[in-house]
Write a protein that binds this ligand. Structure first.
Ligand code: BG6
Length: 490
Protein backbone atom coordinates (compact mmCIF):
# COMPACT_ATOMS: atom_id res chain seq x y z
CA UNK A 1 0.00 0.00 0.00
CA UNK A 2 1.50 3.27 -1.01
CA UNK A 3 -1.13 5.71 0.16
CA UNK A 4 0.13 9.14 1.00
CA UNK A 5 0.59 10.19 4.59
CA UNK A 6 -2.55 11.90 5.84
CA UNK A 7 -3.84 13.93 8.72
CA UNK A 8 -7.54 13.23 9.12
CA UNK A 9 -9.17 16.24 10.77
CA UNK A 10 -12.59 15.25 12.02
CA UNK A 11 -15.12 17.94 12.94
CA UNK A 12 -17.92 16.43 15.05
CA UNK A 13 -15.70 13.77 16.59
CA UNK A 14 -18.05 13.12 19.50
CA UNK A 15 -21.14 12.91 17.31
CA UNK A 16 -23.36 10.02 16.38
CA UNK A 17 -22.16 9.58 12.81
CA UNK A 18 -18.53 9.43 13.92
CA UNK A 19 -19.34 6.72 16.45
CA UNK A 20 -21.64 4.65 14.29
CA UNK A 21 -19.93 4.93 10.93
CA UNK A 22 -16.64 6.78 10.72
CA UNK A 23 -14.57 5.11 13.48
CA UNK A 24 -15.77 1.60 12.63
CA UNK A 25 -15.04 2.26 8.94
CA UNK A 26 -11.54 3.55 9.73
CA UNK A 27 -10.89 0.57 11.95
CA UNK A 28 -11.95 -1.95 9.32
CA UNK A 29 -9.79 -0.17 6.76
CA UNK A 30 -6.91 -0.39 9.22
CA UNK A 31 -7.41 -4.13 9.67
CA UNK A 32 -7.54 -4.57 5.89
CA UNK A 33 -4.33 -2.51 5.57
CA UNK A 34 -6.14 0.15 3.61
CA UNK A 35 -5.19 3.15 5.73
CA UNK A 36 -2.04 5.09 4.94
CA UNK A 37 0.89 3.78 6.94
CA UNK A 38 1.53 7.29 8.19
CA UNK A 39 -1.79 8.40 9.56
CA UNK A 40 -2.82 10.88 12.19
CA UNK A 41 -6.35 11.68 13.27
CA UNK A 42 -7.39 14.78 15.15
CA UNK A 43 -10.88 14.74 16.55
CA UNK A 44 -12.64 18.02 17.24
CA UNK A 45 -15.63 18.74 19.39
CA UNK A 46 -17.19 21.27 21.70
CA UNK A 47 -16.60 19.25 24.85
CA UNK A 48 -13.28 19.13 26.73
CA UNK A 49 -11.84 15.64 26.47
CA UNK A 50 -8.43 14.21 27.19
CA UNK A 51 -6.75 12.20 24.45
CA UNK A 52 -7.08 9.12 26.66
CA UNK A 53 -10.84 9.54 27.09
CA UNK A 54 -11.28 10.25 23.42
CA UNK A 55 -9.36 7.10 22.52
CA UNK A 56 -11.41 5.07 24.99
CA UNK A 57 -14.63 6.42 23.46
CA UNK A 58 -13.46 5.53 19.99
CA UNK A 59 -12.58 2.05 21.17
CA UNK A 60 -16.06 1.68 22.65
CA UNK A 61 -17.65 2.71 19.37
CA UNK A 62 -15.72 -0.05 17.63
CA UNK A 63 -17.07 -2.58 20.09
CA UNK A 64 -20.58 -1.28 19.58
CA UNK A 65 -20.66 -0.77 15.82
CA UNK A 66 -17.81 -2.42 13.94
CA UNK A 67 -18.92 -5.06 11.44
CA UNK A 68 -15.87 -7.07 12.47
CA UNK A 69 -15.83 -8.16 16.03
CA UNK A 70 -13.11 -6.41 17.96
CA UNK A 71 -11.12 -9.25 19.44
CA UNK A 72 -7.50 -8.29 19.12
CA UNK A 73 -6.49 -5.70 21.74
CA UNK A 74 -3.12 -5.19 20.06
CA UNK A 75 -4.69 -4.16 16.77
CA UNK A 76 -7.08 -1.77 18.51
CA UNK A 77 -4.17 -0.26 20.37
CA UNK A 78 -2.13 0.15 17.22
CA UNK A 79 -5.10 1.75 15.52
CA UNK A 80 -6.04 4.11 18.28
CA UNK A 81 -2.59 5.48 19.02
CA UNK A 82 -2.97 7.73 15.98
CA UNK A 83 -5.92 9.54 17.60
CA UNK A 84 -5.70 12.92 19.32
CA UNK A 85 -8.42 15.31 20.44
CA UNK A 86 -8.79 19.05 20.56
CA UNK A 87 -11.65 21.18 21.74
CA UNK A 88 -12.91 23.54 19.07
CA UNK A 89 -15.59 26.16 19.03
CA UNK A 90 -16.55 26.50 15.40
CA UNK A 91 -16.76 30.29 15.64
CA UNK A 92 -13.51 30.88 17.52
CA UNK A 93 -10.68 31.81 15.21
CA UNK A 94 -8.08 31.14 17.88
CA UNK A 95 -9.22 27.52 18.13
CA UNK A 96 -8.26 27.01 14.49
CA UNK A 97 -4.84 28.49 15.22
CA UNK A 98 -4.44 26.07 18.08
CA UNK A 99 -5.49 23.26 15.76
CA UNK A 100 -2.95 24.30 13.17
CA UNK A 101 -0.21 24.19 15.80
CA UNK A 102 -1.31 20.76 16.88
CA UNK A 103 -1.42 19.40 13.34
CA UNK A 104 2.02 20.78 12.55
CA UNK A 105 3.45 19.31 15.71
CA UNK A 106 2.07 15.88 14.85
CA UNK A 107 3.27 16.19 11.27
CA UNK A 108 6.73 16.85 12.58
CA UNK A 109 6.69 14.08 15.21
CA UNK A 110 5.49 11.51 12.71
CA UNK A 111 7.35 12.99 9.76
CA UNK A 112 4.15 13.31 7.76
CA UNK A 113 3.89 15.27 4.56
CA UNK A 114 1.26 17.92 5.16
CA UNK A 115 -1.69 16.29 3.41
CA UNK A 116 -4.87 17.17 5.22
CA UNK A 117 -8.33 15.75 4.91
CA UNK A 118 -11.02 17.80 6.64
CA UNK A 119 -14.10 15.74 7.38
CA UNK A 120 -17.22 17.73 8.32
CA UNK A 121 -19.40 15.40 10.34
CA UNK A 122 -21.49 18.29 11.64
CA UNK A 123 -24.81 19.96 10.85
CA UNK A 124 -25.02 21.79 7.53
CA UNK A 125 -25.42 25.13 9.29
CA UNK A 126 -21.71 24.91 10.19
CA UNK A 127 -20.28 24.02 6.76
CA UNK A 128 -19.64 27.56 5.58
CA UNK A 129 -18.09 28.81 8.80
CA UNK A 130 -15.74 25.87 9.07
CA UNK A 131 -14.61 26.07 5.45
CA UNK A 132 -13.99 29.81 5.77
CA UNK A 133 -12.02 29.36 8.99
CA UNK A 134 -9.94 26.55 7.51
CA UNK A 135 -8.91 28.99 4.87
CA UNK A 136 -8.43 32.05 7.06
CA UNK A 137 -6.33 30.15 9.61
CA UNK A 138 -3.89 28.78 7.06
CA UNK A 139 -4.94 25.20 7.84
CA UNK A 140 -5.47 24.66 4.16
CA UNK A 141 -2.30 26.35 2.92
CA UNK A 142 0.30 23.67 3.55
CA UNK A 143 2.42 22.28 0.74
CA UNK A 144 0.58 18.95 0.55
CA UNK A 145 -2.92 18.34 -0.69
CA UNK A 146 -6.11 19.31 1.11
CA UNK A 147 -9.55 17.78 0.79
CA UNK A 148 -12.96 18.54 2.20
CA UNK A 149 -15.32 15.66 2.91
CA UNK A 150 -18.81 16.88 3.49
CA UNK A 151 -21.98 15.12 4.60
CA UNK A 152 -25.49 15.76 3.37
CA UNK A 153 -27.70 17.73 3.17
CA UNK A 154 -26.10 19.90 0.52
CA UNK A 155 -28.58 22.75 0.56
CA UNK A 156 -32.31 22.90 1.12
CA UNK A 157 -33.34 23.87 -2.40
CA UNK A 158 -31.64 25.02 -5.59
CA UNK A 159 -30.75 28.51 -4.39
CA UNK A 160 -29.38 27.50 -1.00
CA UNK A 161 -27.31 24.74 -2.62
CA UNK A 162 -25.83 27.28 -5.02
CA UNK A 163 -25.09 29.68 -2.18
CA UNK A 164 -23.41 26.97 -0.16
CA UNK A 165 -21.34 25.83 -3.11
CA UNK A 166 -20.20 29.33 -3.81
CA UNK A 167 -19.05 29.79 -0.24
CA UNK A 168 -17.26 26.45 -0.12
CA UNK A 169 -15.55 27.10 -3.41
CA UNK A 170 -13.83 30.11 -1.91
CA UNK A 171 -11.86 27.74 0.30
CA UNK A 172 -11.77 24.52 -1.75
CA UNK A 173 -11.65 23.76 -5.45
CA UNK A 174 -14.22 21.40 -6.92
CA UNK A 175 -11.68 18.59 -7.18
CA UNK A 176 -10.90 19.01 -3.48
CA UNK A 177 -14.54 18.64 -2.40
CA UNK A 178 -15.84 15.13 -1.72
CA UNK A 179 -19.62 15.25 -1.22
CA UNK A 180 -20.77 12.09 0.48
CA UNK A 181 -23.85 10.28 -0.72
CA UNK A 182 -23.60 7.02 1.15
CA UNK A 183 -25.70 5.23 -1.48
CA UNK A 184 -22.73 5.61 -3.83
CA UNK A 185 -20.59 3.78 -1.31
CA UNK A 186 -22.76 0.67 -1.29
CA UNK A 187 -20.76 -2.19 -2.82
CA UNK A 188 -23.52 -3.22 -5.18
CA UNK A 189 -23.93 0.31 -6.52
CA UNK A 190 -20.18 0.43 -7.12
CA UNK A 191 -20.53 -2.70 -9.22
CA UNK A 192 -23.16 -1.32 -11.56
CA UNK A 193 -20.67 0.05 -14.04
CA UNK A 194 -18.73 -3.20 -14.16
CA UNK A 195 -21.93 -5.13 -14.70
CA UNK A 196 -22.56 -3.13 -17.82
CA UNK A 197 -19.01 -2.72 -19.03
CA UNK A 198 -17.82 -6.28 -18.64
CA UNK A 199 -20.95 -8.00 -19.92
CA UNK A 200 -21.69 -7.39 -23.59
CA UNK A 201 -24.92 -9.34 -23.13
CA UNK A 202 -26.16 -6.80 -20.63
CA UNK A 203 -24.64 -3.83 -22.38
CA UNK A 204 -26.46 -4.75 -25.58
CA UNK A 205 -29.79 -4.70 -23.78
CA UNK A 206 -29.24 -1.45 -21.89
CA UNK A 207 -31.62 0.75 -23.87
CA UNK A 208 -35.18 1.40 -24.93
CA UNK A 209 -35.27 -1.41 -27.49
CA UNK A 210 -35.26 -4.01 -24.76
CA UNK A 211 -36.12 -2.32 -21.50
CA UNK A 212 -39.75 -1.64 -20.71
CA UNK A 213 -39.31 0.29 -17.48
CA UNK A 214 -37.01 0.79 -14.51
CA UNK A 215 -38.20 0.76 -10.90
CA UNK A 216 -36.14 2.14 -8.05
CA UNK A 217 -37.42 1.51 -4.55
CA UNK A 218 -36.07 2.59 -1.17
CA UNK A 219 -38.60 1.55 1.42
CA UNK A 220 -37.93 1.69 5.13
CA UNK A 221 -39.81 0.35 8.13
CA UNK A 222 -38.55 3.03 10.49
CA UNK A 223 -40.56 6.18 11.07
CA UNK A 224 -39.22 9.62 11.84
CA UNK A 225 -37.18 8.21 14.78
CA UNK A 226 -35.58 10.90 16.97
CA UNK A 227 -35.08 13.26 14.06
CA UNK A 228 -38.32 15.23 14.08
CA UNK A 229 -36.54 18.60 14.07
CA UNK A 230 -34.62 17.71 10.93
CA UNK A 231 -37.08 15.49 9.11
CA UNK A 232 -40.16 17.66 9.39
CA UNK A 233 -38.33 20.35 7.43
CA UNK A 234 -37.08 18.13 4.67
CA UNK A 235 -39.47 15.24 4.11
CA UNK A 236 -38.88 12.26 1.86
CA UNK A 237 -38.29 14.43 -1.18
CA UNK A 238 -35.22 16.17 0.21
CA UNK A 239 -34.08 13.43 2.57
CA UNK A 240 -33.95 10.57 0.05
CA UNK A 241 -35.20 11.51 -3.38
CA UNK A 242 -33.10 14.52 -4.37
CA UNK A 243 -29.87 12.78 -3.41
CA UNK A 244 -29.84 8.99 -2.99
CA UNK A 245 -32.55 8.09 -5.47
CA UNK A 246 -31.50 10.42 -8.23
CA UNK A 247 -27.96 9.10 -7.78
CA UNK A 248 -29.27 5.57 -8.27
CA UNK A 249 -31.10 6.73 -11.37
CA UNK A 250 -27.89 8.23 -12.76
CA UNK A 251 -25.88 5.12 -11.96
CA UNK A 252 -28.48 2.94 -13.67
CA UNK A 253 -28.92 5.06 -16.75
CA UNK A 254 -25.31 5.91 -17.57
CA UNK A 255 -23.92 4.34 -20.70
CA UNK A 256 -20.26 3.48 -20.30
CA UNK A 257 -18.97 1.69 -23.35
CA UNK A 258 -15.24 2.04 -22.79
CA UNK A 259 -13.00 1.81 -19.83
CA UNK A 260 -13.89 4.79 -17.76
CA UNK A 261 -12.29 6.93 -15.13
CA UNK A 262 -13.88 9.22 -12.56
CA UNK A 263 -14.14 12.07 -14.99
CA UNK A 264 -15.96 9.97 -17.57
CA UNK A 265 -18.40 8.50 -15.08
CA UNK A 266 -19.26 11.93 -13.73
CA UNK A 267 -19.58 13.40 -17.19
CA UNK A 268 -21.99 10.65 -18.18
CA UNK A 269 -24.01 11.11 -15.01
CA UNK A 270 -24.31 14.79 -15.74
CA UNK A 271 -25.56 13.96 -19.21
CA UNK A 272 -28.29 11.78 -17.73
CA UNK A 273 -29.43 14.61 -15.49
CA UNK A 274 -29.40 17.05 -18.37
CA UNK A 275 -31.60 14.74 -20.39
CA UNK A 276 -34.12 14.28 -17.58
CA UNK A 277 -37.37 15.81 -18.77
CA UNK A 278 -38.16 18.77 -16.54
CA UNK A 279 -41.50 18.96 -14.79
CA UNK A 280 -43.64 22.05 -14.91
CA UNK A 281 -45.00 23.13 -11.56
CA UNK A 282 -48.63 22.84 -12.70
CA UNK A 283 -48.07 19.29 -13.92
CA UNK A 284 -46.24 17.90 -10.94
CA UNK A 285 -49.33 16.14 -9.62
CA UNK A 286 -49.52 14.06 -12.79
CA UNK A 287 -46.24 12.33 -12.12
CA UNK A 288 -45.47 12.77 -8.45
CA UNK A 289 -47.37 11.10 -5.61
CA UNK A 290 -46.96 12.45 -2.16
CA UNK A 291 -47.86 10.59 1.03
CA UNK A 292 -47.75 10.69 4.80
CA UNK A 293 -48.15 7.69 7.11
CA UNK A 294 -51.05 7.18 9.45
CA UNK A 295 -51.12 4.81 12.40
CA UNK A 296 -50.80 1.14 11.51
CA UNK A 297 -48.84 -1.99 12.15
CA UNK A 298 -45.31 -2.49 10.97
CA UNK A 299 -44.12 -6.07 11.13
CA UNK A 300 -46.72 -6.92 13.70
CA UNK A 301 -46.09 -3.91 15.94
CA UNK A 302 -48.61 -1.08 16.23
CA UNK A 303 -47.11 2.32 15.49
CA UNK A 304 -48.47 5.87 15.64
CA UNK A 305 -49.12 8.10 12.66
CA UNK A 306 -46.62 10.73 11.55
CA UNK A 307 -48.45 13.67 13.12
CA UNK A 308 -48.56 11.89 16.49
CA UNK A 309 -44.79 11.34 16.53
CA UNK A 310 -42.91 13.24 19.25
CA UNK A 311 -41.85 16.65 17.99
CA UNK A 312 -44.15 16.68 14.96
CA UNK A 313 -47.03 19.16 14.82
CA UNK A 314 -50.51 17.69 14.44
CA UNK A 315 -50.98 19.88 11.40
CA UNK A 316 -47.74 18.90 9.65
CA UNK A 317 -48.12 18.51 5.89
CA UNK A 318 -44.71 16.94 5.46
CA UNK A 319 -44.17 14.04 3.09
CA UNK A 320 -42.90 10.69 4.34
CA UNK A 321 -43.50 9.00 0.98
CA UNK A 322 -42.76 9.97 -2.60
CA UNK A 323 -43.38 8.09 -5.82
CA UNK A 324 -42.54 9.64 -9.15
CA UNK A 325 -42.38 8.86 -12.82
CA UNK A 326 -39.38 10.28 -14.68
CA UNK A 327 -38.40 10.26 -18.33
CA UNK A 328 -34.92 10.56 -19.74
CA UNK A 329 -35.16 12.18 -23.12
CA UNK A 330 -32.12 10.80 -24.90
CA UNK A 331 -31.25 8.30 -27.58
CA UNK A 332 -31.02 5.37 -25.17
CA UNK A 333 -33.92 5.92 -22.82
CA UNK A 334 -36.61 7.83 -24.70
CA UNK A 335 -39.92 6.14 -23.92
CA UNK A 336 -38.72 4.14 -20.90
CA UNK A 337 -40.38 5.31 -17.71
CA UNK A 338 -38.26 5.36 -14.54
CA UNK A 339 -40.46 4.90 -11.49
CA UNK A 340 -38.94 5.90 -8.19
CA UNK A 341 -40.39 5.60 -4.72
CA UNK A 342 -39.29 5.93 -1.15
CA UNK A 343 -41.15 5.87 2.12
CA UNK A 344 -40.93 5.61 5.88
CA UNK A 345 -43.03 3.09 7.80
CA UNK A 346 -43.46 0.82 4.84
CA UNK A 347 -44.22 -2.88 5.00
CA UNK A 348 -40.58 -3.92 4.84
CA UNK A 349 -37.10 -2.54 4.41
CA UNK A 350 -36.27 -3.02 0.76
CA UNK A 351 -33.93 -1.10 -1.46
CA UNK A 352 -33.62 -2.24 -5.03
CA UNK A 353 -33.51 -1.43 -8.68
CA UNK A 354 -35.62 -3.55 -11.00
CA UNK A 355 -35.09 -3.47 -14.74
CA UNK A 356 -38.14 -4.91 -16.48
CA UNK A 357 -37.51 -6.07 -20.03
CA UNK A 358 -39.97 -5.90 -22.87
CA UNK A 359 -41.95 -8.99 -23.73
CA UNK A 360 -41.97 -9.53 -27.46
CA UNK A 361 -42.98 -13.15 -26.91
CA UNK A 362 -46.32 -12.06 -25.62
CA UNK A 363 -47.33 -11.01 -29.06
CA UNK A 364 -46.38 -14.26 -30.76
CA UNK A 365 -48.32 -17.46 -31.18
CA UNK A 366 -45.81 -19.20 -28.93
CA UNK A 367 -47.48 -17.78 -25.90
CA UNK A 368 -50.52 -15.77 -26.72
CA UNK A 369 -51.54 -15.52 -23.07
CA UNK A 370 -49.97 -14.20 -19.96
CA UNK A 371 -48.09 -17.28 -18.93
CA UNK A 372 -44.69 -15.83 -19.53
CA UNK A 373 -43.25 -13.55 -16.91
CA UNK A 374 -41.07 -10.71 -18.16
CA UNK A 375 -37.33 -10.97 -17.77
CA UNK A 376 -36.12 -8.92 -14.84
CA UNK A 377 -32.73 -7.78 -13.72
CA UNK A 378 -32.88 -7.11 -10.01
CA UNK A 379 -30.18 -5.18 -8.19
CA UNK A 380 -30.88 -5.51 -4.51
CA UNK A 381 -29.19 -3.43 -1.83
CA UNK A 382 -31.41 -4.38 1.07
CA UNK A 383 -32.31 -6.65 2.84
CA UNK A 384 -29.59 -8.61 1.00
CA UNK A 385 -27.04 -7.38 -1.48
CA UNK A 386 -27.33 -9.23 -4.74
CA UNK A 387 -27.94 -9.13 -8.45
CA UNK A 388 -30.27 -11.64 -10.07
CA UNK A 389 -31.55 -12.14 -13.57
CA UNK A 390 -34.99 -13.63 -13.94
CA UNK A 391 -35.47 -15.73 -17.05
CA UNK A 392 -38.11 -18.29 -18.03
CA UNK A 393 -37.85 -22.02 -18.40
CA UNK A 394 -40.15 -24.95 -18.98
CA UNK A 395 -41.07 -27.00 -15.97
CA UNK A 396 -41.05 -30.62 -17.07
CA UNK A 397 -42.60 -31.73 -13.81
CA UNK A 398 -45.64 -29.55 -14.26
CA UNK A 399 -46.98 -30.36 -17.72
CA UNK A 400 -44.24 -28.36 -19.30
CA UNK A 401 -45.55 -25.06 -17.97
CA UNK A 402 -43.39 -22.01 -18.23
CA UNK A 403 -41.85 -20.85 -15.02
CA UNK A 404 -39.46 -18.07 -14.05
CA UNK A 405 -36.00 -18.95 -12.74
CA UNK A 406 -33.53 -16.67 -11.00
CA UNK A 407 -29.89 -16.63 -11.94
CA UNK A 408 -27.54 -15.30 -9.31
CA UNK A 409 -25.12 -12.84 -10.87
CA UNK A 410 -23.50 -12.00 -7.61
CA UNK A 411 -21.79 -15.00 -6.09
CA UNK A 412 -21.19 -14.04 -2.50
CA UNK A 413 -17.54 -13.82 -1.62
CA UNK A 414 -17.12 -13.11 2.05
CA UNK A 415 -18.39 -10.17 4.00
CA UNK A 416 -18.85 -6.91 2.14
CA UNK A 417 -17.31 -3.64 3.30
CA UNK A 418 -19.66 -0.95 4.51
CA UNK A 419 -20.44 2.07 2.36
CA UNK A 420 -18.38 4.32 4.63
CA UNK A 421 -15.31 2.12 4.26
CA UNK A 422 -15.44 2.41 0.50
CA UNK A 423 -16.02 6.15 0.62
CA UNK A 424 -13.38 7.01 3.20
CA UNK A 425 -10.87 4.84 1.38
CA UNK A 426 -11.61 6.63 -1.89
CA UNK A 427 -11.37 10.06 -0.25
CA UNK A 428 -7.99 9.16 1.25
CA UNK A 429 -6.87 8.05 -2.20
CA UNK A 430 -8.28 11.13 -3.88
CA UNK A 431 -10.63 9.09 -6.05
CA UNK A 432 -13.83 11.09 -6.62
CA UNK A 433 -15.76 8.55 -8.74
CA UNK A 434 -18.33 7.74 -6.07
CA UNK A 435 -18.85 11.23 -4.71
CA UNK A 436 -21.47 13.66 -5.95
CA UNK A 437 -20.01 16.30 -8.25
CA UNK A 438 -21.45 19.78 -7.95
CA UNK A 439 -23.02 19.44 -11.39
CA UNK A 440 -25.01 16.44 -10.25
CA UNK A 441 -26.11 18.14 -7.07
CA UNK A 442 -27.13 21.29 -8.87
CA UNK A 443 -28.99 19.46 -11.64
CA UNK A 444 -30.77 17.30 -9.06
CA UNK A 445 -31.96 20.34 -7.15
CA UNK A 446 -32.97 22.03 -10.37
CA UNK A 447 -35.09 19.01 -11.30
CA UNK A 448 -36.66 18.82 -7.85
CA UNK A 449 -37.28 22.57 -7.51
CA UNK A 450 -40.69 22.71 -9.30
CA UNK A 451 -41.82 19.83 -7.10
CA UNK A 452 -40.80 21.70 -3.97
CA UNK A 453 -42.72 24.73 -5.21
CA UNK A 454 -45.77 22.71 -6.15
CA UNK A 455 -45.79 21.16 -2.66
CA UNK A 456 -45.38 24.56 -1.08
CA UNK A 457 -48.28 25.96 -3.07
CA UNK A 458 -50.39 22.91 -2.25
CA UNK A 459 -50.80 21.95 -5.90
CA UNK A 460 -50.17 18.30 -5.07
CA UNK A 461 -52.44 16.36 -2.73
CA UNK A 462 -50.91 14.79 0.35
CA UNK A 463 -52.30 11.25 0.46
CA UNK A 464 -52.25 9.24 3.60
CA UNK A 465 -51.26 5.60 3.87
CA UNK A 466 -51.44 3.17 6.72
CA UNK A 467 -48.08 2.39 8.31
CA UNK A 468 -46.97 -1.09 7.30
CA UNK A 469 -48.21 -0.87 3.68
CA UNK A 470 -46.61 -0.02 0.36
CA UNK A 471 -47.78 3.58 0.43
CA UNK A 472 -50.88 5.25 -1.00
CA UNK A 473 -52.91 3.48 -3.70
CA UNK A 474 -52.10 6.38 -6.05
CA UNK A 475 -48.53 5.09 -6.21
CA UNK A 476 -49.80 1.82 -7.72
CA UNK A 477 -52.00 3.75 -10.14
CA UNK A 478 -49.00 5.70 -11.37
CA UNK A 479 -47.67 2.46 -12.85
CA UNK A 480 -51.03 0.87 -13.64
CA UNK A 481 -51.89 3.65 -16.05
CA UNK A 482 -48.87 2.58 -18.12
CA UNK A 483 -49.75 -1.11 -17.80
CA UNK A 484 -47.15 -1.92 -15.14
CA UNK A 485 -46.99 -2.68 -11.43
CA UNK A 486 -44.35 -2.43 -8.72
CA UNK A 487 -42.46 -5.69 -8.59
CA UNK A 488 -42.14 -7.70 -5.39
CA UNK A 489 -44.85 -5.97 -3.36
CA UNK A 490 -46.39 -8.94 -1.61
C1 BG6 B 1 -30.27 8.76 5.15
C2 BG6 B 1 -31.58 9.41 5.47
O1 BG6 B 1 -29.54 9.57 4.27
O2 BG6 B 1 -30.50 7.49 4.57
C3 BG6 B 1 -32.38 8.53 6.42
O3 BG6 B 1 -31.37 10.67 6.07
C4 BG6 B 1 -32.52 7.13 5.86
O4 BG6 B 1 -33.67 9.09 6.64
C5 BG6 B 1 -31.17 6.57 5.42
O5 BG6 B 1 -33.07 6.31 6.87
C6 BG6 B 1 -31.36 5.26 4.67
O6 BG6 B 1 -30.12 4.68 4.40
P1 BG6 B 1 -29.99 3.12 4.14
O7 BG6 B 1 -28.55 2.92 3.80
O8 BG6 B 1 -30.39 2.42 5.40
O9 BG6 B 1 -30.93 2.77 3.02
Amino acid sequence: RNMEATTFVLFGATGDLAKRKIYPALYNLFVDQKLPQSFSLIGLGRRELSDATFQANVEQSLRDFSRREVTDPASVKAFIQAFRYSVLNIDHKEDYQKLLGMIEKREEELQLSPNRLFYLSVGPEFFETIAANIQASGLGSAKGWKRLVIEKPFGHDLQSARDLNEKLSKAFAEDEIFRIDHYLGKPIVQRLEALQQTNPVIQALWNNHYIANVQITANETVGVEERAGYYDHVGALRDMFQNHLLQLLMMTAIQLPQKSDAEKVRFKKKQVMEALEPLQKQDVSLSVIRGQYKAGKVQGKPVVGYTSEPGIAETSMNDTFIAAKLQIDDFFWRGVPFYIRTGKRMKEKSTRIVIEFKEPLKQTSLAPDDRIAPNLLVIEMSPNEGITLQLNTKDSQHNGEFKPIQIDLHPSGGELPEAYENLIHDALNGNPTFFAHWHEVELSWAWVQPILEAFEEKLVPLHSYAAGTYGPAESDELLAQDGYHWWFDS
